[in-house]
Ligand binder design. Structure first.
Ligand SMILES: C[S@@+](CC[C@H](N)C(=O)[O-])C[C@H]1O[C@@H](n2cnc3c(N)ncnc32)[C@H](O)[C@@H]1O
Length: 254
């Protein structure tokens, strides 16, 4: 339990990070902008992945602000004048206290069995008045809206197999549905949140994410090669429509 499912595949995560960035960056940026992020802010981006959020924050808080971006795998993160890249496990490594105006984590706590303790650690790293922002999935809403019956069954089989693997690795599948409550339980103030279920059509960023995720765990999916190839075709075909994972965000201030 508790090993990041996509950490040891030996496959490139880049298609996944590209899909995440296309799917989620616009919403993340809009929410963070509404908090008033500006020149001078000190930011922590936890589990920064491909770095799209950290790089955007670095531009917004320049020239006098600073971004620290962490991950257990920092190979896709780049140092810049006002960006420090830190190889850091948010579960077991310490964070400075009272240090940041903004702490953001996207689809990281979802994977971590110790997510509630990590949340308190992130809270403590904020200066009083600083904002904690989480973007997370609730995976349960995913359903097939348009596909032939056998194809719909295949998509649901892959969904169930993937979610089982995630759960065995320590993920909380409906964590997104609980984040507002978790921020309140951590004692944060001015807590609010949002939840959005969209339609993901084959070829869209959402279906590219599903395909990239399935590729990363291909060896552990109980599918024949023909079934797996058909799944990839379906995720690329505009004839396929699924309801998305619920995309949940919440914010609160210390
Ligand atoms: C689903 S990806 C999300 C990446 C990025 N936040 C985004 O939304 O584009 C999860 C990220 O969390 C990182 N991660 C997993 N466990 C972690 C841990 N214990 N501490 C820090 N980062 C971790 C992974 O390496 C990966 O980059």
């Amino acid at each position: 339990m508790g090993t990041y499912l996509f950490g040891d595949s030996g496959e490139s995560l880049d298609p996944k990070f590209d899909a995440l960035s296309s799917l989620l960056d616009a919403g993340t940026f809009a929410r963070v902008e509404q908090l008033g992020v500006a020149d001078g802010w000190r930011c922590l981006e936890v589990g920064g992945g491909g770095g799209s959020v950290a790089n955007w924050l670095a531009d917004v808080v320049a020239p006098s602000g600073h971004v620290t971006v962490t991950d257990i795998d920092v190979t896709r993160l780049e140092e810049r004048d006002n960006v420090t890249v830190l190889e850091h496990d948010v579960v077991s490594n310490i964070l400075p206290g009272n240090a940041f105006d903004l702490v953001h984590a996207r689809l990281v706590l979802f994977h971590l069995p110790q997510r509630d303790a990590v949340l308190r650690k992130l809270r403590d790293s904020l200066r009083p008045g600083g904002w904690l922002v989480l973007d997370e999935f609730d995976c349960l809403p995913l359903e097939v809206l348009s596909a032939a019956p056998d194809d719909a069954k295949l998509i649901i089989r892959v969904k169930n197999a993937l979610l089982t693997l995630l759960q065995h690795a320590g993920a909380e599948l409906a964590w997104g549905a609980r984040i507002e409550r978790a921020l309140l339980d951590a004692g944060l103030n001015d807590v609010s949140g949002s939840r959005e279920v969209r339609e993901w059509r084959g070829g869209s960023a959402g279906c590219r994410l599903l395909a990239a995720t399935a590729r990363l765990v291909r060896a552990r999916l109980p599918l024949t090669d023909d079934e797996f190839d058909r799944y990839l075709e379906l995720m690329a075909s505009p004839e396929t429509v699924v309801s998305s994972y619920a995309m949940c965000s919440a914010q609160g201030r210390r």
